[in-house]
Write a protein that binds this ligand. Structure first.
Ligand code: NDP
Length: 479
């Protein structure tokens, strides 16, 4: 762990990290004592005044240096993150590490973005409070202070880089706590940030459970903002604690992406797009279109296409280059996914693919699973799997598609497949969701990313992500 610029062992001991594919122990992670979490937050608070006054160029250079060091350690990081997450080689090589480097580079540039917003002069009348006249004004983006960054297990270093990068660029100091299942690469990350030359206390890394280290961090009086990515129930609990002290919040929470396929859609594209995200990182991705809403005219073709796609996905050893679906993170997560599949079937869904454990000696695998003929209120349609499971619902028309898409508590990422651009745009604007992909699952990292409803509060992404780690201050003068 990295506390106040020192690399330290866990005060509460250490625990085993298990490879989800082999079930073998691949390392030991430090378990932070609550006093160490508090020391990390205090160090961040002490470092804040000086760090917030550093020149933007200096912050940019340090973030770029961290990106360089991460690139140099890629050969070490890829197998490490692969072993602790169970990610396939393709996911580890193309996403887990390179995206993390990209985020540091993006926010090195972010440090140089203007923080002063000129405002038009305003003529003010004389009042009992002050004599009138023309008032000049600017708005200034100020850093918030100490940011606690708490992340889920699916993309440990990518999620972390997406928080640390903009927070530091804006002049905040940070304490990060990764998910307990896979914190090893994040601890290497801590070493990299120390070597990059960030002053002591600017970046701190503590590892351990949410119940101990996570809660201690959220409730620390030194923490001014909590940036959390994870499940909706935990986000709500964090929001309640943070709200008591008016801590600023950025919450990226659960999703249950609708994939609306209209009669006029290019079906091969729709099916290929949905399938590519369905299996991606074994469905442990919050933006996946796991709730397919197909218009009746194409319903049978969509189901048949998805069934064929499931049959083609190779499940197994994440190290094999042709493996598409690796394991879930843990036995607990596998049991949770299987229980929700059973509930979906008990409530009237029909199993069209998967639903069983693949025949493998080890690992927490679930075969790509397709549940069709679901009513919109089926638990499998309403609740998040965070596993390789897609459900299909039939609808008659556009209005019904929108109503079903909007019927869950989530609102993170939906998809519309239609050849009619005007229709796709019209439907997109009626969706109560933070993000919509039209005929694509590709993202644009400059676009704001975040949730409506129970999917979260605030926005990541590009300059929006940078601004999320700032407070707006108005400065007004006569003349
Ligand atoms: P969790 O919400 O279970 O955990 C996330 C992190 O919070 C972990 O580090 C966890 O530690 C910690 N934590 C738990 N309780 C507390 C607490 N009271 N105070 C502080 N920290 C706490 O999520 P998962 O790790 O299971 O990840 C899956 C979830 O993440 C899914 O719901 C998914 O949709 C969501 N997610 C959202 C994304 C988005 O951008 N919207 C992106 C990726 C995932 P511990 O495990 O010990 O409890």
């Amino acid at each position: 762990m990295l506390v106040g610029g020192e690399l330290v062992a866990g005060g509460a001991g250490s625990y085993d990290i298990v490879n989800p594919a082999t079930e073998a122990v691949v390392g030991q992670a430090p378990e932070a004592a609550v006093t160490q979490v508090e020391a990390a937050a205090a160090a961040a608070a002490e470092a804040f005044p000086a760090w917030s006054r550093t020149r933007p160029e200096e912050r940019a250079a340090l973030l770029d240096r961290a990106a360089d060091l991460l690139r140099e350690r890629m050969d070490e990081l890829i197998p490490l993150v692969q072993a602790e997450t169970g990610a396939t080689l393709r996911v580890a090589k193309t996403m887990q590490v390179p995206t993390c480097i990209e985020r540091f580079r993006r926010y090195a540039r972010g440090a140089l973005e203007p923080t002063t917003i000129p405002l038009p002069p305003s003529e003010m009348p004389t009042t009992a409070l002050a004599s009138g006249g023309i008032m000049g004004a600017i708005a200034v983006r100020q850093p918030v202070g100490v940011v606690a960054c708490i992340t889920p297990y699916n993309f440990p270093i990518v999620n972390m880089a997406g928080k640390i990068g903009p927070a530091l660029a804006m002049g905040n100091t940070v304490v990060v706590k990764p998910a307990p299942q896979d914190p090893l690469a994040v601890t290497v990350f801590g070493e990299v940030l120390r070597e990059a030359g960030f002053p002591p206390g600017v970046v701190n890394v503590v590892t351990g459970s949410g119940a101990e280290a996570g809660q201690a961090l959220v409730s620390s009086p030194h923490v001014d903002m909590v940036s959390f990515t994870g499940s909706t129930p935990v986000g709500r609990a964090i929001g309640e604690v943070a709200g008591r002290d008016m801590k600023r919040l950025l919450l990226e929470l659960g999703g249950k992406g609708a994939g609306i396929v209209f009669d006029d859609a290019d079906l091969p594209t729709a099916i290929a797009t949905i399938s590519s995200v369905w299996a991606f990182h074994s469905g442990q991705i919050c933006t996946a279109p796991t709730r397919v809403i197909a218009q009746r005219g194409v319903y049978d073709q969509v189901v048949a296409g998805l069934q064929q796609a499931a049959g083609r996905m190779k499940v197994g050893d994440p190290l094999a280059p042709d493996t598409v679906v690796g394991p879930l993170i843990s036995e607990v997560q596998r049991d949770r996914v299987e229980a929700l599949v059973r509930a979906g079937i008990e409530q009237g869904g029909e199993l069209a693919a998967g639903g069983t454990r693949p025949e493998l000696d080890h690992g927490f695998y679930v075969a790509p699973t397709l549940i069709v003929g679901c009513k919109p209120d089926n638990a499998a349609v309403q609740q998040e799997f965070f596993g390789p499971v897609v459900v299909v619902v039939a609808v008659d028309d556009e209005d019904e598609a929108v109503a079903v898409a909007n019927s869950t508590e989530f609102g993170l990422y939906d998809y519309v497949f239609s050849a009619d651009t005007a229709r796709a745009m019209r439907v997109a604007k009626q969706l109560r969701t933070g993000n919509v992909g039209i005929n694509t699952a590709q993202r644009n990292h400059e676009a704001p990313f975040g949730g409506f409803k129970m999917s979260g509060v605030g926005r990541d992404g590009g300059s929006f992500g940078l601004h999320a780690y700032s407070e707006l201050q108005s400065i007004v003068w006569p003349g």
